[in-house]
Design a protein around this ligand. Sequence first.
Ligand code: PEP
Length: 251
Amino acid sequence: MKKLMAANWKMFKTWDEAGSTARVLVELAAAKLPEDREVLVCPPFTCLKAVSDAFSGADRFSSGGQDFYITDEGAFTGEISPAMLQDCGAKYGLTGHSERRHVLGENDEYIGQKTAYGLSAGLSVILCIGELLDERKAGRVEEVLERQLRLGLKDVPADVAPHRISVAYEPVWAIGTGEVAGPAEIQEAHAFTRKVLVSIFGEKANEMRILYGGSVKPTNCAEIIALDNVDGVLVGGASLQSESFSQIVLA
Ligand code: PEP
């Protein structure tokens, strides 16, 4: 299973900035990218084509959408479909990111619909899960992760190839805060996530990637990526500069 080194650029970058960041990333990282790694960048929708174009011809570099709606087209002002993302070169889509859950109000049921629809429309999907600090303090980490996994993956077609489903464990208290979960916390959460995935999908869950996200930096990536059941990282702030993201990708 190739490790997935994924960037979430959130609502940052213009077309020109995105294209040049992606081109420099390829210059810095493509030739040295280990065989067992893949790179993914999820820019704002307006920059998707710029990133896809910059990655064309770069082996194991792809682009993805940060969000999508649950139908192909229609009167849904402001929304975008998986087909439209794919038209701009996207191979992946994110669902359940904590900012969509906790800032934009998406619930588990809707996130589950998106995950299933994105997969059926041909995207590979990264379902993000993670507990709030209060939930951790109350000893509810497993309860929260299990609920988010079971509802988030509820309608996934049984015949989907396992490499098209990834889960990103992103403790909300570690996102954009500089606070990284410790190795024991990451391993526990990832082992639990694997156990739930196996209970849902059987043995093929061992071929699904579980990424860690939350203040990943060039200085901590190598240690995180070496942990059991860590099959990649999802990086926000430190992915915005090609120099720092290239160091993460190659760590
Ligand atoms: C994220 O947005 O998914 C994320 C992990 O952000 P950061 O790396 O900035 O904590």
